[in-house]
Structure formats: C-alpha cells, structure tokens
Ligand binder design. Structure first.
Ligand code: HAM
Length: 420
C-alpha cells in the first residue's frame, strides 16, 4: 500500500500502456499534418463563464460536472471539461479569424469532469480534438469524417459505428423543441427527475437520457429530421451524398443530439460495442454560432474530440516498442570514463544506459539482459589504461574490442541493426 494514491477517477498512464497512447498521438499528428491542422496549446484553466456560455447552463457538464473554484482574486475559475470552448476563445482573442480560411487546429490534453467514475469514465481524462473554422459547406463535414475514418483505419480499428445526425439551426430547432415538449409533457409523470427539469429547460436532452424508463418513453417521439428547414435539409443531404461517394460507412441516428448546447446541423459519434456502457470513443459536430457568441465575426465551425482512455482500451494489440538501451556500459573501475563514453554515444543519438561501478560484472550483465540491451560494453581499470573497451553482443555472445575513443566504430555497430 502506498501512502498516497491518485484521486478517485484520476489515473497514471505508465509503460507499456503509454506506448499505445504514443502510437495514437503519433498517428493522429501525422493525419492532422496531411489534412492541414496545426497544433494549438490551450490552457487547462479558464474563466468559468467560457464554459457556462458555450456548453449551456442546462447541460449535465455545467450543472453537475465542472471543477470550479474561486481563486485568490475572487474570480470563478474552471478546469476545462472539454476543449472546444477554449479553442473558440483563443480563435477570437488571437484574431485567428483574420488569417486565410479555413483555419484548422488540433489539441491534445487532459479534461476534467466530476462524473461518477467507472470503466471508460474518468474525472481526469484525455482528449485529442480538432476544430475547423470558417468553412460552412457539407463537404467540410464529410472531409472531417473522412479524416476520422482514416485515423481508425491506420490504428487498425474496424467494427466501429459512425452515427450521424443533423440537429438543425436557430431557424428550425425551436419548432422541433416545441414538438418534443408537447410529446414529453403527456408523459411527464413517468420521466426521471432530471428529465422533468429538462422538459422545460432543454427537451432535446431527454433524447440522450440513459435512464431505462426515459429510454422507453421516447418511442414514437418526433424526430428532428422531419423538422429541418430547407437549408439544413440540403446541407444534411449533401453531407450524406459525400460520405457515400467516399465510401465512408455510416448510420443515421436521429437521437444523436449531443450533451453540449453549442451544436448546429451536423452531429456525429463513433461508437463501439466492445467497451460496455461507455460506447462513444469520439464525438463532435458543427457549431456555427459559437464564434459570434464569443464576440468574433459570424464564423461557421466544426470539430470533434476523441477519448484517449476509451480508444487506448480498444487498442490492445500494439506491440510494445523495444525501448531498451542499445549499449549497456558496465563501469567496473571508475565511472568517469563510462560517463564520458555514454555521453559521446548519446550525442550520436544512440540509446545508452550507464551502469555505475558499485556492482560486479555479473550484476552488470544481469541488468543489461533485463533491460534488453543489444550490446554490453565493459570498462574496467585495465581497459581504460589500454584505451580499449571490450564489448559483447548479448544475443549470441560475440565479443570484440574497440578503442574507447573510436566512437565511429561503436556507431557502426548501432547502424548495422535497423531502428524504427
Ligand atoms: P464529448 O462528447 O463531451 O464532446 O467528449 C468527446 C469524447 O471524450 C467522448 O466521446 C468520450 O470518448 C470522451 N469522454 C468524455 N467524457 C469522458 C470521461 N468522463 N471519461 C473518459 N472519456 C470521456 C466534447 O468534448 C466536444 N468538445 C467535442 C467537439 C469538438 N465537438 C466539436 N468539437
């Protein structure tokens, strides 16, 4: 038992799990690069208002899940529960709207939500997110889905379901909300406590309530697709056409309303059957009004975020990279020579572990083996005097001698083996 443990719903990511994370990050970074997305580093803390205004007062995140505190200057501060609001704030604050459109950004990092922890649901979790500004057309939506599809392909993840929907715009959504309110008002008494409140504050949210009785009650509820205005309808149809053209498999799910209020038109989720209750590994959508609401010019935008914990859980098959040292230097006489040689070899970008002289040759060799080193270099007092080092290839016991100063000869040994 250690004296201190991580907080509930918070976890460390240690090797070998972290290699899976690295693989996801590298794969995503490469795809972002070819799709013209640049990295953006946004703060972990923001003014609370940034989230309440954008995510919406009557959402679970704002009502129940934010880590909010008052700082010493009496300001209300919140640990970011998601990235989009901060990216929009950053976009407006830094005048990024004045750059050539479209502007595309990605971010990676921890998010914080005070949720009831369970498998795949953490209080500190990591997201990789991407946001594309100033491109309104349905082809942008399709292009984003295409990038996501390619990401999962490169991670060799099949069996994922792409679910899409449109939740309309300021013009058509109010009519839909009224229809939903009428529908659920008749069943009000059977709704859960939260949904009773949602009925007056945000009836759309009833559609993604997870309580069994509420799930039952939505059978026969009016569907947004029947309420879309002409423009939203045309956008949605073109989006679907593009997806079909690019052979991206998808399901239309009129219940994908999303748990954040800023969405307009296209919404989507990527889900899996292999993670139990926490099915969504990625989610996103269009938010065409948010930049303006944050004081910027009217700017359409679309984005997504994926949950690293859930995705990493799905990717168990990535081989653990061989991260052992190439050379293990066994210092036997004095440490200075071993340290100098290590330094020179590392300067050539060769991974080296330097074992200090306090232990015996036998212990050194055991350590080299356990660390999965390729070569051991022995540096005893006698060798140092002669200016020579004895090396041993651990896979077959082949031995040799090289002048300590001859860094080129050591480098050759390294170059003979292929390195990814
Ligand atoms: P979200 O649906 O709240 O959307 O989160 C996106 C993903 O983050 C989820 O699909 C899930 O994989 C992961 N996630 C969310 N909460 C947790 C949790 N408590 N523990 C583990 N994983 C979690 C957003 O955050 C939007 N900002 C996405 C977006 C970007 N929309 C437009 N741009």
């Amino acid at each position: 038992m250690s004296t201190y443990n991580t907080l509930k719903g918070v976890h460390d990511i240690v090797p070998p799990d972290v290699f899976v994370w690295n693989k996801i990050e590298k794969t995503a970074e490469r795809l972002f690069y070819v799709n013209g997305y640049s990295e953006i580093k946004i703060p972990v803390i923001e003014s609370t208002e940034i989230f309440t205004r954008s995510i919406g007062q009557s959402t679970d995140i704002v009502e129940k899940e934010m880590y909010t505190f008052t700082d010493k200057g009496e300001r209300s501060i919140t640990l970011r529960p998601e990235g989009t609001a901060s990216v929009v704030r950053c976009y407006v604050e830094n005048g990024l709207n004045r750059r050539v459109p479209p502007q595309k950004f990605y971010y990676m990092g921890p998010m914080f939500r005070y949720e009831r922890p369970q498998k795949g649901r953490m209080r500190q979790f990591y997201q990789i997110g991407a946001e594309c500004f100033a491109s309104a057309g349905p082809e942008t939506d399709a292009e984003m889905l295409c990038m996501i599809y390619e990401l999962f392909n490169r991670l060799q993840l099949t069996n994922l379901t792409f679910e899409i929907n449109s939740i309309g715009c300021k013009a058509c959504r109010p009519t839909y909300k009224s229809a939903l309110t009428r529908f659920f008002s008749q069943k009000k008494d059977s709704l859960c406590g939260d949904c009773k409140t949602r009925l007056t504050r945000n009836p759309l949210r009833i559609l993604d309530c997870k309580v069994d009785s509420c799930v039952q009650l939505r059978t026969g509820a009016p569907l947004i697709v029947d309420f879309l205005c002409e423009h939203c309808q045309a956008h949605h149809e073109a989006f679907i056409r593009h997806l079909k053209h690019m052979a991206i498999p998808f399901h239309e799910n009129p219940l994908i309303v999303r748990g954040l209020d800023y969405y307009t038109r296209t919404t989507f989720e990527v889900t899996t059957e292999y993670l139990g209750a926490q099915k969504a590994i990625l989610a996103g959508g269009r938010y065409d009004n948010l930049v303006e609401e944050f004081g910027g010019p009217a700017t359409p935008a679309i984005g997504f975020a994926l949950g690293m914990e859930r995705l990493a859980e799905l990717i168990k098959h990535i081989e653990t990279p061989d991260n052992g040292p190439f050379f293990y230097i066994a210092a036997l006489g004095e440490d200075a020579a071993a340290l100098t040689l290590s330094n020179k070899l590392r300067g050539r970008d060769i991974p080296v572990e330097c074992g200090e002289s306090k232990i015996s040759l036998k212990s050194h060799m055991k350590r080299a083996d356990k660390l999965n080193a390729k070569y051991a270099i022995m540096l005893g007092s006698e060798e140092i005097q002669r200016g020579k080092a004895t090396w041993k290839r651990l896979s077959d016991g082949t031995q040799g001698e090289t002048a300590i100063e001859d860094i080129g000869a050591f480098t050759k040994l390294y170059e003979q083996v292929s390195h990814d």
